[in-house]
Design a protein around this ligand. Structure first.
Ligand code: HEC
Ligand code: HEC
Ligand code: HEC
Length: 132
């Protein structure tokens, strides 16, 4: 086969594949807008670095729960030495999760609805009650 024909065939294949898959990649950008959690706190940092919080906040919450319920320890010392109350939902504590992230609907739920998780924590823990 001459190079000339090979080139034509390759271009043909690229055009064909592009047309066939067009509906898939064309919709990607539109169909699923990424979640936009609103921070709504004047604090500058979370209890641990943001990349860790993004991926591992559920694990941290689990550690907090175990520490409080099993060991009766409510004081968390973060990796940079700051102290926080190990508490999920008490908004009168400014250093609890919901003390800082007081609008669950605009923060936690934004991501959770997007990925389709429904933490059962709120069966027992009281959700922040302001305008939702
Ligand atoms: C003292 C205030 C404060 C406390 C307490 C706090 N956070 Fe945060 N959190 C922040 C701030 C500020 C940021 C954003 C930091 C940044 O801009 O990088 C953040 C970021 C996050 C993020 C990443 C958000 C994103 O858009 O990627 C998650 C998830 C999160 N926090 C969950 C929690 C959970 C769960 C708890 C309790 C275990 C908690 N936070 C406790 C202030 C707090
Ligand atoms: C930046 C996006 C984001 C934010 C903001 C966020 N989460 Fe999550 N959360 C996730 C994702 C993604 C998962 C699912 C992870 C998985 O299934 O592995 C999750 C899972 C969880 C789980 C475990 C649920 C289960 O059923 O396994 C808990 C508990 C949780 N989040 C609590 C919180 C709380 C409380 C807040 C608000 C303070 C919060 N999250 C904010 C993204 C987020
Ligand atoms: C069946 C009821 C129930 C469910 C569901 C539940 N918890 Fe709890 N949790 C409790 C009780 C009771 C305590 C002890 C409260 C105390 O001693 O302050 C507690 C304590 C905690 C604590 C430490 C102190 C506090 O009040 O925040 C954390 C953190 C916690 N739970 C996180 C979670 C998370 C995250 C989930 C969901 C993945 C969850 N819990 C689901 C009942 C529950």
């Amino acid at each position: 086969m001459k190079m000339y024909d090979a080139g034509k065939i390759i271009v043909g294949i690229i055009v064909f594949v592009t047309l066939i898959t067009f509906p898939f990649w064309y919709n990607r950008g539109k169909a699923a807008p990424s979640p936009k959690p609103k921070l709504l706190t004047r604090e500058k940092e979370c209890v641990e670095p943001t990349p860790y919080m993004k991926t591992s906040h559920m694990r941290l919450l689990n550690e907090w729960r175990n520490s409080v319920v099993r060991e009766g320890n409510r004081l968390y010392i973060s990796s940079n030495g700051k102290k926080y109350s190990m508490n999920l939902a008490n908004t009168s504590l400014s250093d609890s999760c919901m003390g800082c992230h007081s609008k669950k609907a605009e923060f936690c739920d934004q991501c959770h609805n997007y990925v389709g998780v429904k933490p059962y924590c709120w069966d027992c823990h009281i959700e922040p009650k302001e305008k939702r």
